[in-house]
Each structure stands twice: as C-alpha cells, then as structure tokens.
Design a protein around this ligand. Structure first.
Ligand code: NAI
Length: 417
C-alpha cells in the first residue's frame, strides 16, 4: 500500500483521538454496523480529498467496513492532523497522502496519488479532485460520479455545469438540510471561534467582532460571538442577508466603515479579496484578522505584504505584520481556514450528519450513479430526512406525529378552518 504521511509513530495518539470522535458520531456508527454486515460498497474504489481529521477518519472506517477500497488526501495543506493520518495508515491500512503544512507541489502530487487508484467515486471538499480530473483528456474508465462537501465546491461545480464543462455527475452534499443547516452554522460557528481563541487567547466579551458574510457559516459565527459577549458587526453584499442580520440584532455596514471599529475580523464569504489594503490601513493597532471560508483568498495578503515593514511569528499560527506607520495587524493561520488550522475543525457531533450524508451518498451512487445525467444533483430528500430522524433518535429526542385528521387538513385546499 502506498502512502505519504509525516510520522507513523503518531498512530497511537491518532487512534485515541479517532475513538474519542467516534463517541459523538452515533449516526455514522449505525451506518457502519449495517455496512459491516451488508458490504454495499464491495468492489468500489473511492478517492477522497477531505480535511484529514478524526471525523474524516471515522467516515473512512465506515466506507471501509462497507467493502470499499480507499485513498485519501488533504483538502487543505494546513488542516491535516498528522496523528490521524498515521493511524489511518497503520491501524486502518488506508492509503493516505497528507502531511500538515505540505507545500503546493506536494499537495497536488497527493491529489494525483489519490486519483491513481482510478476511482469509481470521488469525494471532495472544495472540488480539487473533480477539477484535476477535468484538466485531463480522458476520465478514469470506471468513474461513476462524485460527491461534494462544501459551499465553495458546489459553487464551482454549478459554474462548470452552467458552462457545459462538467463531465460527470456530482452530488452536492452541502445542499442537504442535514449538512448546511448544522455543519456550516453550528460547526463553523463554534470551531472558528475555537480556532481564534486557541491562536490568540483573546477575550471575546466586550470585543468588536466583524464578520464578513451572513450565509450559513456567518450567521452561526455571529450568534456565537454575540453569545460570548462580543459586539458583532456584519458586512454583506446581499441585501436580503444584510436585512436578516439587521433584524437578528447585528450592526451592518460596509467593510470600509467596519475596518476602524473591529478588534477581530473573520471572513466567511467564499469570495475573493474581501479584506483589502484600504481596510488593513484603517484597522486598529493590534487587530486580529482571519478567514474561515474555504480558500485562502478572502484576505488580500499580497497587498498586506506590500505595506508590511516587519513580520514575525508571535505565537503559533499568529503572524504579526508591522505596517507602514507602525500599526500591527495579526494574521491567523496564513489566512487559511482558521477552524481547521488553529483548532480541530468542526465537533464530531455535527460532522456525524455531514458524513452520514457522504456514506449514504456513496451507497446511493453505487446503485443509482450509472443512471444519472451529467449534472449537479442534490441528495435525495428521503435520505436527508432519514438522517435527521436518526440523529434525533440517537439524541433521545422524540417528536409528535401528524394525526390522520391533521394529514387530511394539511393536504386539503377546500378547508378554511
Ligand atoms: P453562503 O453562500 O451561505 O454565504 C456566503 C455569504 O457571503 C453570502 O450571504 C454572500 O452574500 C456573502 N458575501 C459574498 N461576497 C461578500 C463580500 N465581498 N462581502 C461580504 N459578504 C459577502 O456560504 P456558507 O455556507 O456560509 O459558506 C461560506 C464559506 O465557508 C464557503 O467558502 C464555504 O465553502 C466555507 N465553509 C467553511 C467551513 C469551515 O470549516 N471553515 C465549513 C463550511 C463551509
């Protein structure tokens, strides 16, 4: 088995952390038990490009239990947990190609290493496998379809579909209600602040936190920052989202106005150069700036470099830039996903649902993939709903059922009262 990881000796530590995460992934555990018995993925080769975390390790174990052959690389150079990668190789015998802080060349070589298994199915977080495949003249002969985990990946895929460039079907896992309602909102919300706190140990109470983007991630983040006592400012480009933020009780203004007010800035837009030179120069001395959107393109760091006179690593994952005029701006995690680079990513409890979608999505594609057209598909609603039901069950939460009379009432258009 081929692999490329930092250090096999880290496996024992990784094993324990994977086990810890597993305790909070009861839905995935149930799926794994079923997969172990029925082996629905027997004979399938699955190429995965995901953040190499404890939760991902549990998804890998689930698909392996289902009989799949797997290869895994990182979907971000800074998100790999080296102990997890080691355990996947040593304990699970899964071909893993991921080293924390790998350079771009190694990162893309690892993508090629995964594609070398000639996958039937790809699983992406950010569409790197899919876009690499699309640069090739010929696709792997047995390729059936792909699955995409995140908003940015789905946006890229929809753009490819619109341009007629997409060459095989893909399922947008991010669009499942049991994914973005929870993972993006509560997962990114909590883990982003976790990353900021581990990197800086700053006090959120009384701080002014500027959040760019009031989508699923942004609203989770804003609510949690408010709950910790911060004054939250939201910046948006979408009038509807901006209005929601106003009515949710947040201050809304352009970044140019927010720049001198913030103590902490977090971008979660999936967009490009959201914080630029004209914003950096207006910031307070000592401002902390980071990103939790998928790509490290939301902060215009090249522009910051141009006005940087002195730079030093002041803490782990904190680089202090002294800019022209003497102000200091602190950039966390090189502008990459701060929740994964400076903390451990989303809690397992929420990834349980995201990865239940992935595991059941692979099973669904195994049966239905060959019938699909070259399009971006949502997960079938009945699978999405079944995950919500299972999650509630594992949490011991019961809900009411419609009575026959209520079903009739809700389906009838003639009845007024
Ligand atoms: P979304 O589409 O729900 O929200 C993005 C929001 O940003 C939209 O409301 C949009 O109007 C706004 N926006 C776009 N350009 C802007 C600008 N220049 N200034 C201010 N606002 C702007 O997307 P979602 O699901 O919230 O995801 C956001 C990003 O976070 C994506 O890149 C996604 O892939 C990533 N993501 C990161 C995770 C993590 O672990 N850190 C987890 C899930 C998603």
């Amino acid at each position: 088995m081929k692999y490329d990881i930092a250090d096999k000796k880290l496996a024992a530590k990784g094993r324990l952390r994977i086990e810890w995460a597993e305790r909070n992934m009861p839905v995935l555990r149930l799926i794994r038990e079923r997969f172990k018995k029925t082996k629905p993925l027997r004979g399938m080769r699955i190429g995965c490009c995901l953040h190499v975390t404890t939760e991902t390790a549990n998804l890998m174990r689930t698909m392996k239990a289902g009989g799949a052959q797997l290869a895994l690389c990182a979907s971000n150079p800074l998100s790999t947990q080296d102990d997890v990668a080691a355990s996947l190789v040593v304990d699970e015998k899964i071909a893993t190609f991921a080293v924390r802080a790998e350079n771009n060349k190694r990162y893309y070589r690892h993508i090629d290493d995964v594609l070398a298994i000639n996958p039937h199915i790809t699983i992406d977080d950010g569409a790197d496998l899919v876009s690499t495949l699309h640069k090739r003249k010929t696709l792997p002969k047995e390729l059936i379809a792909g699955l995409e985990e995140t908003t940015t990946g789905v946006i890229r895929l929809r753009a490819m579909e619109k341009d007629g460039a997409l060459r095989f079907p893909v399922v947008a896992i991010n669009d499942s209600n049991t994914k973005h309602f929870f993972d993006n909102r509560y997962g990114t919300g909590q883990s982003t602040l976790d990353g900021v706190l581990r990197a800086t140990n700053m006090l959120l109470a009384g701080s002014t936190v500027v959040i760019a983007g009031y989508g699923w991630c942004g609203r989770g983040l804003a609510t949690r920052a408010k709950g910790m006592g911060s004054h939250v400012i939201v910046t948006e480009v979408d009038p509807l989202k901006a209005l929601e933020a106003v009515m949710d009780g947040f201050m809304v203004m352009p970044m140019a106005q927010a720049a001198p007010k913030g103590d902490l800035f977090i971008t979660v837009t999936g967009d490009l150069n959201v914080i630029r030179k004209e914003h950096f120069v207006k910031m307070k001395d000592g401002a902390v700036v980071c990103n939790s959107g998928h790509f490290n393109a939301e902060l215009d760091l090249p522009a910051l470099e141009k006005i940087t006179r002195k730079k030093r690593d002041i803490r782990h994952e904190v680089v202090e830039h002294t800019i022209t005029g003497g102000k200091k701006i602190n950039i966390l995690a090189e502008g990459r996903l701060v929740n994964l680079a400076a903390a451990e990513g989303h809690p397992a409890m929420v990834m349980d649902m995201s990865f239940a979608n992935q595991a059941l999505g692979v099973e669904w594609l195994q049966k239905n993939g060959p019938k699909l057209e070259t399009k971006v598909y949502p997960m079938p609603t009945h699978i999405d709903d079944s995950i919500a039901k299972l999650k509630l069950k594992t949490m011991g939460v019961k809900i009411d059922r419609l009575t026959a009379e209520q079903k009739h009432y809700l389906a009838a258009w003639e009845m007024g009262t």
